[in-house]
Design a protein around this ligand. Structure first.
Ligand SMILES: O=C(O)CCC(=O)C(=O)O
Length: 324
């Protein structure tokens, strides 16, 4: 269970590092099945990438014009391990402590930096905050859960984040170069080990460079969201809720995921130690410590208009380390 200090750090920074979260069979199977997806993605190279794209793999053209595989969608449909991990009760408990209300897993993906691949993920905020019209952050915490499958280091292109800028809506990062964003605004490298988990807010500016090493660096991403996040930030978009809607995810998809978890012999939310329940309103954490509902409304109100404007323009400086 997260301590109140972890929850406070998450709300303060917009990032939370959880060390050694997954281990044993769960991590090993996840790594094995993710490697198979990566190998399938890589197998479509040169003039084959259109066939790879049909299988929901993504490729980016590098400076030398060759295509590099770097991402796959629909991991839940590829192997039951991805569903089983998504409803790990300890993970759901920690998410519930940060969200403060019911939530569902809405969408998933896999990002992979293959050896010596020049596929940086340029600085950005995730949707909807990448849009300059998103001038305010919604009051309900909205974050991705990043499950690390290999070491992620500065050399192999780990993620970097600018802490404490997730509560001001769109941040005007487009007027700065990649180099300026890495060096001038308090960006912090987030180095991770296999089995570590990162919560990263969709509104937090983040980016990464290419992989200069002979290692692979890959991450399984799950976007869990509360009902109002789905409704307001994504307008109940079908693409993000797997075509099932919020209630469909809670009443159909999550029970199926739990069934997969049971089939591996692993415990689930029925274990009372985790104090979590499932209803059409989503997965809910019922214990303490927990964030109050819409906690970001309170935090946003505590900032002055000057602080908000400075953060939107990257003119605010406060020392913060994501992993203290
Ligand atoms: O894995 C990475 O380097 C970053 C991925 C990311 O930020 C994204 O897909 O939005």
């Amino acid at each position: 269970m997260l301590a109140q200090t972890d929850i406070d750090r998450f709300h303060r920074d917009g990032f939370l590092v959880l060390r050694g979260f997954f281990s044993g069979d769960e991590l090993r199977m996840l790594q094995e099945e993710a490697t198979k997806v990566e190998q399938e993605g890589i197998s479509f190279q040169a003039d084959q990438v259109d066939a790879g794209r049909k299988k929901h793999h993504s490729y980016r053209q590098q400076e030398d014009k060759s295509f590099r595989y770097f991402r796959s969608e629909e991991m839940w449909q590829r192997h039951p391990i991805f569903q089983a991990v998504t409803v790990n009760p300890k993970l759901l408990q920690s998410i519930g402590q940060c969200v403060g209300e019911g939530f569902v897993p809405a969408n998933d993906s896999f990002v992979c930096k293959t050896p010596h691949s020049d596929v940086p993920i340029h600085w950005h905020q995730d949707p909807p905050y990448s849009n300059p019209k998103s001038s305010e952050t919604l009051g309900v915490p909205n974050f991705d859960v990043d499950i690390y499958l290999q070491p992620s280091t500065i050399e192999n292109g780990c993620g970097w984040g600018i802490p404490a800028h997730h509560l001001v809506g769109h941040v005007d990062i487009a007027r700065f170069s990649e180099e300026e964003l890495f060096n001038n605004f308090g960006a912090v490298p987030i180095e991770m080990e296999p089995g570590d988990v990162l919560f990263h807010c969709l509104s937090a500016p983040h980016g990464s460079v290419g992989n200069t090493t002979a290692d692979t660096r890959s991450i399984f991403y799950v976007h869990y969201m509360a009902r109002d996040v789905a409704k307001v930030s994504y307008k109940d978009a079908d693409w993000i809720l797997q075509g099932k809607g919020f209630v469909g995810m809670a009443t159909e998809a999550v029970p199926e995921m739990m069934e997969h978890r049971r089939s591996f012999g692993w415990d689930g939310i029925e274990n009372p130690d985790y104090q979590i329940s499932l209803a059409p309103e989503g997965i809910q954490f019922n214990g303490r410590p927990c964030s109050p509902p819409r906690h970001w409304d309170t935090l946003i109100q505590q900032m002055s208009p000057e602080e908000i404007e400075q953060k939107q323009n990257l003119a605010f400086t406060a020392a913060a380390a994501i992993d203290d």
